[in-house]
Design a protein around this ligand. Structure first.
Ligand code: CA
Length: 228
């Protein structure tokens, strides 16, 4: 089932979001504080968490960090701050997408629909597996392992690495990656992809300054360098 957890203390905002998403057929559970949200998280198998950054008890960042310790559920963060730095910081702590307040409920709905389309159709039985003995990426099972140990990847990081592996050494531009990952006009920045790439390199490259797997192609984009 399509369960969404909405953690937002402003009732006027959450009522509108809930209304729009329920019209689309989602089941929306609302929490008015970070701790209440974390409690609800234990009871239902959520596919998406919509998380406000400014909450009365613990901050959205804290909630995000706690969730990421045990889950790779999709997280959309709502923020009134809206500066690029907040965006980057949020991506580093594991949020997948951003909506800057005030945003249109239609935009949120479009992004949620795009996400659920991706969840249900992403890499359908793609059987794309890369394995060089050190690094193993299985696009079907959505796992990344180094020396047979699971490496935690956020959904967006996983989508990026899988898009690159599936391209078999061809270059993908930032726009192509944004298109593959977000599936809708993404009102973010190209930098978003760069931040994800940086985080991916930290996780899988032995030497991040001299990457072997995720290669930058000057003025073009990125490509996977692990193919023999
Ligand atoms: Ca708030």
């Amino acid at each position: 089932m399509n369960h969404i957890l909405l953690i937002e203390d402003e009732e006027s905002v959450s009522t509108v979001i809930k209304g729009y998403l329920e019209k689309e057929g989602y089941t929306v559970h609302c929490a008015i504080s970070g701790l209440k949200g974390l409690d609800l998280l234990k009871t239902v198998d959520f596919k998406l968490i919509i998380l406000d950054l400014m909450l009365p008890d613990i901050s959205g960042e804290e909630v995000c960090k706690i969730i990421r310790q045990s889950s790779d559920v999709h997280i959309f963060m709502l923020t009134a701050k809206g500066s690029l730095n907040d965006k980057i910081e949020g991506l580093n702590i594991g949020a997948d997408e951003y909506l800057i307040k005030p945003f249109s409920p239609r935009e949120l709905t479009a992004r949620v629909n795009a996400l659920f389309r991706r969840i249900s159709s992403k890499f359908p039985s793609s059987k794309v597996i890369f394995d060089d003995g050190y690094l193993r990426i299985d696009c079907d099972k959505r796992t990344v392992q180094i020396l047979k140990q699971d490496v935690p990847f956020t959904p967006n990081e996983f989508d990026i690495i899988c898009a690159l592996v599936s391209a078999k050494g061809s270059v993908l531009s930032r726009e192509q990656l944004i298109d593959k990952i977000f599936g809708v006009d993404f009102s973010g920045y190209d930098r978003t992809i760069d931040v994800h790439i940086k985080n991916i390199r930290k996780k899988i490259e032995i030497d991040t300054k001299n990457p072997k797997y995720v290669l930058t192609v000057m003025k073009a984009g990125y490509k996977f360098g692990g193919e023999k």
